[in-house]
Every structure is written in C-alpha cells, then in structure tokens.
Design a protein around this ligand. Structure first.
Ligand code: RP5
Length: 166
C-alpha cells in the first residue's frame, strides 16, 4: 500500500521510522533502496510501475543533492512524500531540504522536516485514511494518545514545580 524508498542503505536508520509507524497501524508497506544517481533505470522503473503494483503513496528519502523524491514524483501520479536526510555528503541538511522542497510548479513533493521520517509515515497514513475509515480511526486513537502523553508530563512536572493553571 505504501512504498518506502531511499537513496542509500545509509538512509535506512532514519527511513525505518516511517516503516515503524506504518507497522504500528497495520498498514502494509514495501521498503527498498532506489538511487536517482546510482540506479537511474531502477528509479524510473520503480516510479512507473508503482501504481500498477498497488501502491497508493510513495515515501522517498535522500540526502545531499537529493533528487530521488522529485524525480520519482515526475514519473507517477501517486502522491510523493519527501524526507530530507542529514547524510554524510550533506553540508548541513539545508541542501537536502531545499533539493526536495523547491520543486518546480506542476511536480509537487510533500516535504517533511529534516530526518522527519515518522511524520512521513503519519502523512502517508493520513492520505490513505482520507478514504479508509479503519485507518482513520487508528489515526484518531494515535492522535489522542499524543494528548494523553503530554498531559501525563504536566502531572509529572507539577509534582516538582508549582503550577496554578491546571
Ligand atoms: C544520497 O547520498 C543518499 O540518499 C544518501 O543520503 C547520501 C549518501 O549516500 P552514501 O554515500 O552513504 O551511499 O544519494
């Protein structure tokens, strides 16, 4: 249902975070390495066959001169979520961010924060959840859990520091 690709195995530790979120919601995914620069034919084939293989969303991560998400987006009608990676060949992350973010008009890539693979997984789930009630319900439970988690820290901190708000 969701395709997760990355330019190199060195991106895996970050990109696995998208897979982990999808797993937590029982959303099927496939994950592999596809490099825009080192395996250009594989990239074109992956993008052109993605829809027919049943994918609904693609999450693509890359670092440095991060052309993978944009090039994949140019070869498919599926929504592409881009994850800029702070890689060994990245100056400071901005190169990856801008390479993925600053797409020309007509070929959008939904760009998340630097190393923001978890948010990419959540966004993919939301795209699928817009037409899938079961996934939408799971997302609601997840979002409610975030509130509960923050409120538990409020109680925890209150034991140590005064707070008259609540
Ligand atoms: C990019 O170059 C990859 O996505 C990775 O983030 C970066 C470095 O790749 P390696 O040299 O570690 O394979 O294309």
């Amino acid at each position: 249902m969701v395709g997760i690709i990355m330019g190199s195995q060195s991106d895996l530790a970050i990109m696995e975070q998208a897979a982990q979120f999808l797993q937590s919601l029982d959303i099927p995914y496939e994950l592999t390495v596809v490099s825009a620069h080192r395996t250009p034919e594989r990239m074109l084939d992956y993008a052109k066959t993605a829809k027919d293989r049943g994918l609904q969303v693609i999450i693509a991560g890359a670092g440095g001169a991060a052309h993978l998400p944009g090039m994949v987006a140019s070869c498919t009608t599926l929504p592409v979520i881009g994850v800029p990676i702070l890689s060994s060949n990245s100056i400071d992350g901005w190169d990856s961010v801008l390479s993925i973010l600053q797409m020309p008009s007509g070929i959008p890539v939904a760009t998340v924060a630097l190393n923001g693979a978890t948010n990419a997984g959540i966004l993919a789930a939301k795209i699928i959840g817009s037409t899938n009630d079961s996934i939408a319900q799971k997302l609601e439970i997840y979002q409610n859990s975030l509130e509960a988690k923050v409120l538990s820290t409020v109680d925890e901190i209150k034991k140590i520091h005064p707070n008259h708000y609540g």
